[in-house]
Design a protein around this ligand. Sequence first.
Ligand code: ATP
Ligand code: MG
Length: 356
Amino acid sequence: MTKTFNIASIPGDGIGPEVTAEGFKILQTIEKLDPSLRFQSKEFPWGCEFYSRHGKMMDDDGIEQLKPFDAIYLGAVGYPGVPDHISLWDLLLRIRKSFDQYVNIRPITLLDGVTSPLRSEYADIDMLVIRENSEGEYAGAGDRLFQGTKEEVALQTGVFSRKGTERIIRYAFEEARAAGKSVTSISKGNALNYSMVFWDEVFEEVSRDYPGITTYSYLVDAASMFFVTDPARFEVVVTSNLFGDILTDLGAGLTGGLGLAAGANVNPTKEYPSMFEPIHGSAPDIAGGQKANPLAAIWSVSQMLDFFGEEAWGKKVLQAIEKTLTDGDVLTPDMGGTATTAEAGSKVASCLESMM
Ligand code: ATP
Ligand code: MG
């Protein structure tokens, strides 16, 4: 019996189309190796170029158009001249909010063949950071008072609902249970005396439903230090929107940089599509020249396969990325090589074929 997955592709701007093409190359390779799997895709030409022609980032009924798909595969959006708040709010955040993609999943894993800026004896890094993706410090709640006067005050309020806090922490425990790992909560209860004290309480409550799972709790400042001095102590990490944003970029820096960092925006109920993307932007400085590293975009395909329940393939794709890195003969310039984006993608595809 054939299993068909429908993917909405939004290649976007800059290097987005170049790197997502390599992601699809990997999916086509899998179809060839496993005839029981079919990946059907439809491309949506949305992004900043679309904005420059139509005055909007996506069709008015774009959300309706995306709804029937199993997943969204996004390249990057961004363009010199289109302010970030438009490209972000009118497309990325609209999709995240409309489809209630409240879980942001960032694998922070140091693969063989990648040199970490950390001294090697400390560089045992393999964690999954679960970031709250729908509220918290980024809820957009606040005010500007007495503008233009000497008494001016800006307020930014974090919003931590019981529903929102509980569901993200529970998601982390479910991931940890499936993987047989510990859960670490990262918060700041000593300084943020409402929101983070509440977060810590909910973490404590939810942990009681998972008696077999080891838990740790860190303040974000201490956790930042341990990310660098002893990253091996972290397995599944759950944290708020702001702290997750910062810590995952720190994690990307420790494990090979933007060319290797992938992320998923997930609605675990599967009521709506989830979205998979390399976390880098459109990189206009190298766009159009086949200079971009496609490994981050391919890693996000691995995450998509996991989400589809095809974990064996997700794992194989990650192993093929790792083989590409340890072979080291076909790498893009950011990793010290001379290969084009397409050559690097083909290398991963041939590593995948050679593993069969
Ligand atoms: P945007 O406005 O869309 O966020 P940006 O200029 O901030 O774009 P990013 O893509 O976020 O650019 O990355 C910053 C820099 O990192 C880029 O200018 C580029 O040189 C480098 N970079 C990012 N992604 C990659 C990649 N996949 N391969 C190689 N270099 C990359
Ligand atoms: Mg950027």
